[in-house]
Design a protein around this ligand. Structure first.
Ligand SMILES: Cc1ncc(COP(=O)(O)O)c(C=O)c1O
Length: 349
């Protein structure tokens, strides 16, 4: 096969536009050859359990899956009875970017709340956490938050602990969509467990793909009460990989050593570099702080389209002329500098 794409073409559209980290590819090759039991009873998935326990505590259990939408649907389904509902931010990926899968495939109701910065608080949760015992209302029995959020913002460990305490007091369980958990850990300079297990999170969607994997995520149960029936739900939701060793090998490559940290630290640093380079430009403003690997900028009329001729990126909120620029593990300093120069030129600075 010939290379069909231009590897020199770069963009800021998504942390999924980057390829696979060479060490992850090498891990897949290393796990190849011979025969291993299918569906997760293999040596790599067993090793992954040890790696995950090292990060999240001895009670943690990992269920590798193909993608983040699947991880979220499976995780949330395992928390809820048939009549259950999930309280989430309106901007949550489960609400805006999963094609309705939580509702249509997972069969749960989402109760969403407008937030200023993509973050829930106990007060915001209470806007929807009511109506217990009312047969006319789907019962709010889970909360889902995203760390780092879809808007590039971060929860502190204390903020997550306060949400967990509040949720548990109301009989709800707490799910974290951690598609970018590594970026959050780096930004907080904290171990994973400080803002998951130790903060009272019950179940986690742990992201690998945005951090350099080819397609590897895992549902991780953190509390003893979470994850009932997960093995059955994963299959039922078509997220059970037969050749699971290759998903597990990717996650081992990222999380066994420091690769996850290096990749996320680099992506976060590139986002900070980009923000600093465009922050002072005339007419450019920002609705949120840049706390992980995404920059959300509001641009003067016409600027986004002029820059988009040379670089990929998406509008985030076209009505506010807001765009989203994502950095990833292989974003180079030169990419950022060339992109910032293109923005500078487009605004006429
Ligand atoms: C916050 C968040 N959750 C989950 C996902 C995973 O989505 P996918 O199903 O595309 O792997 C993404 C990817 O864009 C995301 O940004």
């Amino acid at each position: 096969m010939q290379t069909l794409h231009d590897p020199a073409r770069r963009g800021f559209a998504s942390d999924n536009y980057s390829g696979v980290h060479p060490e992850v590819l090498a891990a897949i090759v290393q796990a190849n050859g011979g025969h291993q039991t299918a569906y997760g009873a293999d040596d790599y998935t067993a090793r992954l359990q040890q790696v995950v326990r090292g990060h999240f505590g001895e009670q943690a259990e990992a269920f590798p899956v193909f993608n983040g939408t699947g991880a979220n649907v499976v995780a949330l389904q395992s928390l809820l009875p048939r009549w259950g509902a999930v309280v989430a931010a309106r901007s949550a990926h489960i609400n805006v970017d999963e094609g309705g899968a939580p509702e249509r495939v997972g069969g749960m109701k989402l109760l969403t709340v407008e937030t200023p910065d993509g973050k829930l608080t106990p007060e915001l949760i209470d806007r929807e956490a009511w109506g217990y015992g009312d047969e006319h209302r789907a019962q709010p029995l889970a909360v889902s938050i995203t760390q780092s959020t879809e808007l590039g913002t971060l929860y502190t460990p204390d903020e997550i602990a306060a949400i967990a305490e509040h949720a548990h007091a109301k009989g709800m369980l707490l799910h974290v969509d951690g598609a970018r958990l590594a970026n959050a850990a780096v930004a907080l300079d904290a171990p994973f467990r400080a803002f998951t297990t130790d903060a009272g999170v019950d179940i986690l969607s742990l992201g690998g793909t945005k951090n350099g994997a080819m397609g590897a995520e895992a549902v991780v149960t953190l509390s003893p009460g979470a994850g009932e029936g997960l093995v059955y739900l994963r299959k039922l939701n078509m997220q059970l990989a037969s050749k699971m060793r290759f998903i597990s090998a990717q996650l081992i490559a990222l999380f066994e050593g420091e690769l996850w940290h290096e990749n996320a630290a680099h992506a976060n640093a590139m986002a900070a570099r980009l923000r600093a380079a465009v922050e002072q430009l005339p007419g450019v403003s920002f609705a949120y702080p840049t706390q992980s690997n995404g920059v959300f900028a509001r641009l003067p009329e016409g600027v986004a389209d002029r820059v988009r001729d040379a670089f990929f990126f998406y509008d985030w909120d076209a009505s506010a002329r807001e765009v989203r620029w994502m950095c990833t593990w292989d974003t180079a300093e030169a990419d950022v500098d060339a992109f910032a120069a293109a923005v500078r030129e487009a605004v006429g600075a």
